[in-house]
Structure formats: C-alpha cells, structure tokens
Design a protein. Structure first.
Length: 253
C-alpha cells in the first residue's frame, strides 16, 4: 500500500509502457541510422569536393603569382596591322527581377533557361575577332623567321556592348574595335621558343596578342581565388555534418 504523498504506479501500466518502448526502439534506431549515414554521406561529398578544389585553386594562385606580363611579353615594334575584322554573332543578355538583395534589384541569368517567362532582354553584345598581320616578326626574332608562314594570326573573341538597346533585334551591329588596315599595339612572348603560361589567353599558337596581357592576369586571378575559397568553404560546411552524425550515433544508435 502506498503511503501518503507517494504515487502508486500500476504494475500492468508500467509493463505496457516498457513493452511499447521496446517495440519502438528498433524504429527509432533504424531512423537514426539513416539520418546518421545521410549526414556522413553529405559530409563526405562536401569534404571531397572541397579537398579537390582547394589545392587546385592554391596551385593556380601560385602560378598566377609567378606571372609578370611586362617580362613574359614584349611589344612588337612597329605596330601590327588588322588585316580583317570578322563579325561572329550577337549574344542576348537577359535579366530577372530579384528580391534577394542584389544591388540594383536585378541580376543577369543564362539565356535559354527553363523559366524564360520570368526574364526579359536587357542588353546585347556583339562578338568579333580580328586577323593580326605581323610580318615584322621575321626581323625581330629568328624563331619566327625560321617558322615562316604568312604571319597572320587570329585574335581572341572580342565582345562589344551594343549601346542603347535591350534586345539584339534592335539597332545595328556595333562597329568593330579596329577597322581593316588599322594599326594597333600588339604583343608577342618575350621568349617565343619557351612560350608562356597557359593562364594567358591566346587566340593562336604563337600567342600574338592585340589585347593587353595584363587583362589575362586579372581574369585568371579571379578564377584561382574563387576555387580555393570555394574549397575552403565546402570543407568548413562539411564539418558540422560529421559532428551531427556523431551526436546522433552517441544518442540514438
């Protein structure tokens, strides 16, 4: 008999509760295992991608730090001549309304996405490339004299924003940066036999350029830094998944 103030527990009820707990344990345990392994898999995927991107980005950044356009390239004197300016295509730019706090209230998105109904045209870019004529190279370095040829070199593609239009169906194609027979500055590798780093963007095998090599360093720098930062972020995000999986294992499994 229970004394005053003492709670008497029905033995049959206590037995039923214990049996129910025993019946539910395998279900809880199974669900917890699935949760634990899901967290581990996500953590491993994130850690794997991060571990791959980080050294790639760091190596690219290290190579970038070794670039010196003023030493790697030399101006060609006299200037080169543009023997042809070739129009390739017009690229439509599209924008969409964005409430995510992007500066200006809009952001660019890839043209041709599945939800085009939410986008609208917001600019047009005309793409050219140029044929560079540099026969003076034969008198500058024996490497070019021995190689011979017509001393005609393709440039990189050159984007030019079409002014005052939102859609490529509007207005006229932008004029090229250089007209035919126009002279312009141009660059060649300072050591043509050795060549230059792959981080420099070249429109031809000899890497004769009409666009300043400094632009290539700026573009490559953004890519290298982005890779290792992304890798480091993924590694840091993977850690909480492993911690959460450990907690689930200790508490439920």
């Amino acid at each position: 008999m229970a004394t005053k103030g003492e709670l008497k527990i029905n033995p049959d009820l206590e037995k039923d509760v214990q049996e129910q707990a025993n019946d539910d344990y395998p279900k809880v345990c199974c669900t917890s295992k699935i949760t634990m392994w899901t967290m581990i898999v996500f953590g491993l995927v994130l850690a794997g991608i991060g571990a791959a991107l980080t050294p790639i980005g760091l190596n690219k950044q290290k190579e970038l730090d070794g670039l010196n356009p003023s030493k790697d390239f030399s101006l060609i004197d006299p200037n080169c001549t543009i023997s042809d300016a070739i129009f390739l295509r017009s690229d439509q730019r599209t924008c969409e309304s964005d409430n995510g706090g992007v500066s200006g209230g809009y952001r660019r998105r890839a043209y041709g996405t599945s939800d085009q109904e939410t986008t609208y045209p917001c600019g047009c870019t005309d793409i050219y490339f140029y044929i560079i004529s540099a026969p003076q190279l034969a008198d500058i370095d024996q490497f070019y004299a021995k190689k011979g040829g017509d001393y005609q070199y393709d440039s990189l593609e050159s984007p030019i924003d079409r002014e005052g239009v939102d859609d490529c169906s509007e207005g006229s194609v932008s004029p090229p940066k250089w007209e035919m027979e126009e002279e312009t500055k141009c660059w060649r590798p300072s050591n043509p036999e050795q060549g230059v780093s792959d981080l420099y963007r070249c429109g031809n095998d000899e890497c004769i350029k009409v666009f300043d090599p400094e632009f290539d360093v700026d573009a490559a720098g953004t890519g290298g830094k982005g890779l290792w930062i992304t890798g480091a972020v993924l590694l840091s995000v993977a850690l909480p998944f492993f911690i959460a999986a450990f907690v689930v294992k200790m508490k439920y499994v």
